[in-house]
Design a protein around this ligand. Sequence first.
Ligand SMILES: Cc1cc2nc3c(=O)[nH]c(=O)nc-3n(C[C@H](O)[C@H](O)[C@H](O)COP(=O)(O)O)c2cc1C
Length: 404
Amino acid sequence: MLTTLIYRSQLNTSCKSIGLEAIIEKAKRRNSELGITGILLFNGVDFLQILEGAEESVIPLFHRIREDKRHQGVVELMRDYGPRRRFDNVGMILFDLRVDTPRSVLERVLRYSKLDSYLTSDDRVFKFIQTYITRPKPQTIKGTLFSSGDWQLEAEQAPFDKSLPLQPNQPCQFAFQPIVEPSEGKITSIEALIRGNDGGSPEQFFKAISSEDIYKIDLETKAWAFSLAEKIGIGDHKIAINLLPMSLVNVPDAVEFLVDQIGKYHLLPEQVVIEVTENEIISGFHQFHSAIKQLRAAGIGLAIDDFGSGYAGLSLLTRFQPDKLKIDREIISNIHLSGPKQAIVKSIVSCCTDLEITLVAEGIEKLEEWYWLESAGIKRFQGFLFARPQLNGVGQIHWPRPAC
Ligand SMILES: Cc1cc2nc3c(=O)[nH]c(=O)nc-3n(C[C@H](O)[C@H](O)[C@H](O)COP(=O)(O)O)c2cc1C
């Protein structure tokens, strides 16, 4: 299938010489053999390349180019399919903005185009090219220049009990996972993740419960999370718990129950954050809304969990603004490589900055993901990179530190 792939990258200035002419000559031959056109734009700082050809040729070539040490911070911007080629099958052409004016580069690009002008004016590929060419001046793109050698992870034991024995006479156990702010070196809260008595997942735990009992048990289990929080000594740290919003609606006096249990284990309502997913909120929004009011009146905090995984998206924030918003791990995963994910997260950051909503990026597994997100303005993180959930305790935290 005919594919167009666009990426941007930056010149690796630590390479003595890029040897651009040699790259172009070799690429011309290689691309022609593969039936690929590689339009390469360069301004002395960064590259924009358009690769067009059969999918089975373009994707492996892109993977090879991505590994090339002569450039860095390769971010895929677009991968699309189409009925016809946009460019002549010409192998490779370089458009060098150090030599030619933006206007003449644009004219030359259009000359190589096979599309009628009425099609190019509304075409995403040509818009990417136009924006690149007409940008005021080449910029170093923040967050892309990660070098793994510059960072190391330093392990530190969290100031709580590591792991208490299985708690007897309870329907469930909890694993604790910290949410951290690496720039301050602090733990901002601890999420209590439900586990079965055999250590099984939340899904397994809830699957074994009948549908009539699910909300009652969901609510009641939170008492065990508060009890464990007191036992491991969370002090004045915050504790985040997951709750089905309908548990607040369907179980009589649910908020009173939570407030009583919070007090029983010597916590304050302001220390507790209830996490609910966006789909759960939207599907019962009207009923849930009055429960939210009661929670807020009691001083309990609210977070939207897995934000971006469901169908509500940003429109949810027009109806309800939580204290915290946790960006779904699917958006976070490999964000340093994906232009669309980066654009979405930038818009979430901007929106939450305006609304004073604290953002948490969840599911962080790589230093590169953390580095990009921190550069985009996110301060709080949760994920295996920093700390794994630990049954009945909090384990080691791994802090990113500049390598000396
Ligand atoms: C910015 C940039 C663009 C490149 N574009 C192409 C290309 O379109 N086609 C190609 O074959 N190689 C291209 N290369 C070179 C490849 O990354 C890689 O060096 C080459 O495919 C590997 O060939 P080799 O294994 O024979 O050295 C590019 C390199 C850079 C830095």
